[in-house]
Design a protein around this ligand. Structure first.
Ligand code: M6R
Length: 607
């Protein structure tokens, strides 16, 4: 998944292309590049690594031109070096691309047999060669692009400019999002409206299978057969300001600290504080729902696992949760009495979007639990439940996770009321607990900080960590492990505490830290027994529990983090905090790139 931008203007574009790329680097930061046409010259500057490297290159060797395109890359085909960085040139053709051309190997072979010489290992270069071939055969630019589209398999969004046609730019979308920005005497392409926010707040989103040609003053939309299509032009709410870190060292640190406020926004939207009831949750009527699917990826998937517990417990709905990349290939009997929820911070994750399409095409009612309200998943779902976390910039998801949990809790209470599985007194009690979350979170974050920093110094010296828990603490264990892997590059696994003895316990020795997540809930004693089994084999226990749990457990631990005792419905929101903080401080000590860890991107728009 990469970010792309194109500008057709009467004014210089290089600086603005870089500005747009800065807003797109959540989609990848393996390399960046821009290309422009000035007079009869088409030039590019590219650099591996962060955008900063490209800026330095441009400072040393600027380019002019009033038409140009830019790209920030998350490598799929070919290592992240300068050669593989976009834009790619073949003859007069310049291409930037997001996605994967699945039949690239056969196309590459065909083109090579025709005499094409390849400079890169990318699938994108195929596009440039195909365009060059079809234009050389005498096709006009649009006809050449349509010819090319007939040859492609995969999911892609790309933009093309031709040195021979310096007043226009073309683009097509099959999968990943693409927006057109309408400016004053200039037009834009962008992977999303955020990239275009400094230039315009009027956008047209391309639908799947759309193509577009833009000039300075005009846009033409058509489908893959060349037939005209109409799409709505809309105003966006996206801010043109880039969010900054404030007084924090990293966005992740800021986003952890913002959680009390973020949860207050969720509560303001979904809770009536006076009557202690939930509101704004009935866009899907769960009263007639037989079963529910939840599909998501990464941290959003783990939020879905906790959401499942809430929905089963409070609304007595049978819920299946799948990793979206698996869900999309399952063979399932769908029915109109099912509903499906798709959880995504970005609202652009390719696998989650594909899972949504499958449900929608099978008549299942769909709901999106998203942070970015204008995102593709939000736009394409029957109902949207915004999580209102505000911009989350750190690649490691933190505040989006706890906001997703808060929205799931409200949805489960609302569904329980409609299905008659909880009464008004129970609703009031549960909402009463939710209302306490911002205050408890603030206290916990401030109080455990020194202890977490000490513990992080010890964790930074190990190579492997096991996390374990039961009930909602099992997905939390996986979330804690995911955070540590992702930003501290320490191998970590999250297990159901009861599963350890079925294999992983063989890993335990006196060098293995085991982080036990054990709130004093109905699983506590069972988890303590599993902890004993680990301790008996020399494992070094780090216990995360609450005041009641601490009073009940006297087992020797190397560290003990004690949180306030809270109700089950809010326990995962509170217990997520030490896990996030521990990963963060460990990564800081290890000196990793916390906000943009290696090999990752914030938004994953490829399969
Ligand atoms: O934008 P999404 O919530 O759909 O993203 C899903 C995952 O890629 C994401 O949660 C990822 O696992 C995070 N980097 C984890 O911190």
């Amino acid at each position: 998944m990469c970010g792309l931008v194109g500008i057709v203007s009467g004014k210089p574009v290089a600086g603005r292309l870089v500005d747009a790329l800065r807003r797109l680097d959540y989609r990848g930061y393996d390399s960046a590049g821009i290309a422009t046409i000035e007079g009869d010259r088409m030039e590019r500057r590219r650099a591996p690594g962060k955008l900063f490297n490209l800026e330095q290159r441009l400072d040393a060797d600027p380019i002019g031109g009033a038409i140009g395109m830019g790209h920030t890359r998350w490598a799929t085909h070919g290592i992240p070096n300068e050669t593989n960085a976009h834009p790619h040139f073949v003859g007069d053709v310049c291409v930037v691309h997001n996605g994967i051309i699945e039949n690239f190997a056969e196309l590459r072979q065909e083109l090579a047999e025709d005499g094409a010489l390849f400079e890169t290992q990318t699938d994108t270069e195929i596009l440039a060669h195909l365009m060059a071939r079809y234009t050389a055969e005498g096709h006009k630019p649009v006809a050449a692009m349509l010819e090319m589209l007939r040859r492609l398999r995969g999911a892609y969004a790309f933009a093309i400019m031709l040195r021979s046609h310096p007043g226009m730019m073309m683009a097509a979308r099959c999968g990943p999002p693409l927006a057109i920005g309408h400016g004053d005497g200039e037009m834009f392409f962008g992977s999303d409206a955020i990239a275009l926010a400094p230039f315009t707040d009027e956008v047209t989103y391309l639908a799947n299978g759309d193509c577009a040609v833009i000039t300075r003053t005009d846009v033409t939309l058509f489908d893959f057969y060349g037939l005209p299509v109409q799409r709505t032009r809309q105003m966006t709410q996206t801010s043109s300001y880039l969010v900054d870190k404030g007084n924090h060292r990293h966005f992740m640190e800021k986003e952890i600290a913002e959680q009390p406020e973020a949860i207050s926004h969720v509560l303001a939207r979904y809770v009536d504080f006076t009557s202690k009831s939930v509101k704004a949750c009935n866009a899907i009527d769960f009263s007639g729902t037989d079963s529910l699917h939840i599909a998501a990826c990464g941290t959003a998937y783990l939020a879905g696992c906790i959401g499942k517990s809430y929905l089963e417990r409070y609304a007595e709905i049978a819920v299946e949760v799948d990793v979206a990349s698996e869900f999309r290939y399952r063979t399932l009997p769908f029915s109109k009495r099912q509903a499906a929820l798709f959880v995504s911070q970005s609202g652009e994750t390719a696998d989650t979007l594909a899972a949504l399409h499958i449900c929608r095409n099978n008549g299942v009612v769909t709901g999106a639990i998203v942070n970015v309200e204008g995102s593709t998943i939000a736009r394409e779902s029957d109902a949207v439940f915004p999580i209102l976390a505000g911009p989350e910039i750190g690649v490691a998801s933190t505040k989006a996770f706890t906001c997703q949990l808060a929205v799931f809790a409200c949805l489960a209470i609302a569904a329980g009321r409609r299905r008659g599985t909880i009464d008004s007194a129970q609703e009031q009690a549960l909402v009463g607990h939710l209302i306490e979350v911002p205050r408890i979170m603030s206290d916990v974050i401030a109080r455990i900080q020194p202890q977490i920093e000490d513990l992080a110094a010890r964790l930074a010296r190990v190579r492997h960590v096991i996390y374990m828990g039961r009930g909602t603490s099992y997905p939390l264990a996986m979330e804690g492990a995911l955070k540590l892997k992702e930003i501290a590059y320490i191998h970590a696994e999250g297990y159901a505490a009861g599963e350890l003895k079925h294999g992983p316990i063989a890993l335990i020795d006196d060098s293995m830290p085991v982080i036990v997540i054990a709130p004093y809930d109905r699983f506590f004693e069972k988890t303590v027994s599993n902890m004993q089994e680990v301790a008996a084999r020399g494992g070094r226990i780090i216990l995360i529990t609450d005041e009641k749990g601490a009073a009940k457990s006297s087992l020797a631990t190397i560290a003990r983090i004690v949180l306030p005792h809270v109700d089950d419905i809010i326990s995962p929101l509170i217990f997520a905090l030490p896990l996030q903080m521990l990963a963060y401080h460990t990564a800081v000590i290890m000196g990793t790139d916390v906000d943009q860890p290696r090999n990752l991107a914030k938004s994953v728009t490829v399969e």
